[in-house]
Design a protein around this ligand. Sequence first.
Ligand SMILES: Cc1cc2nc3c(=O)[nH]c(=O)nc-3n(C[C@H](O)[C@H](O)[C@H](O)COP(=O)(O)O)c2cc1C
Length: 211
Amino acid sequence: MKLHTIRTEYKYAELTENNIEKNPLKQFDYWLNDAISAKVNEPTAMSAVTVGVDGFPDSRIVLLKDYNENGFTFFTSYNSNKGKAIAKNPAVGLHFFWPELERQIRILGFAEKTSGKISDWYFSSRPVLSQIAAFVSDQSSKIPSRGFLQSQFENVKTEMGSKNLKRPENWGGYLIKPVKFEFWQGRESRLHDRILYENKNGSWIISRLAP
Ligand SMILES: Cc1cc2nc3c(=O)[nH]c(=O)nc-3n(C[C@H](O)[C@H](O)[C@H](O)COP(=O)(O)O)c2cc1C
């Protein structure tokens, strides 16, 4: 397959200074709802980008579970690689790509742990088997085999039955407080629309970037 022959023309929509919201959160809200309505696969999946403890950038997909004027929340293990990276450097990027809509959104911000109450609320809303998985998985650590993980899972399952687990202390949410957003809409002939929002002293300043 000659990769250079794969070429998509982007014609779905346009993003102009007249059709964007002044508040990037509202613009995000519109675009996420468009993605949900368009039934894109995993519309809340985003790449969470951190600066690793070794200095390398690192990224992995996580699921957005809430957003409001305070920021964007996902849940994970605080002991994971991303948790260790955030503990050292709270600067985080979030990146959405919805190919069906020819759109991407990039967000930069600073992470802080959500309150225990919020983490408890979300943990208890998860199916019991997902709770057990979070309990037995020391996320990002090296393990001897798949069988090792499976047997730990089965042991806890037998012990707990259908009872809910208490949230492990090392598992919870991060709230990313945004300072920058970029909304990208694919356009014909690669003349894409890029609208940047930067927070300057509490106000959102809007600019257009060259594609
Ligand atoms: C669609 C999808 C959704 C995921 N959602 C989460 C999530 O919400 N939280 C999480 O910790 N990991 C999630 N993962 C797994 C992460 O991508 C990653 O493997 C894990 O968090 C370990 O990353 P780390 O070693 O960089 O900390 C998801 C993966 C995929 C592909």
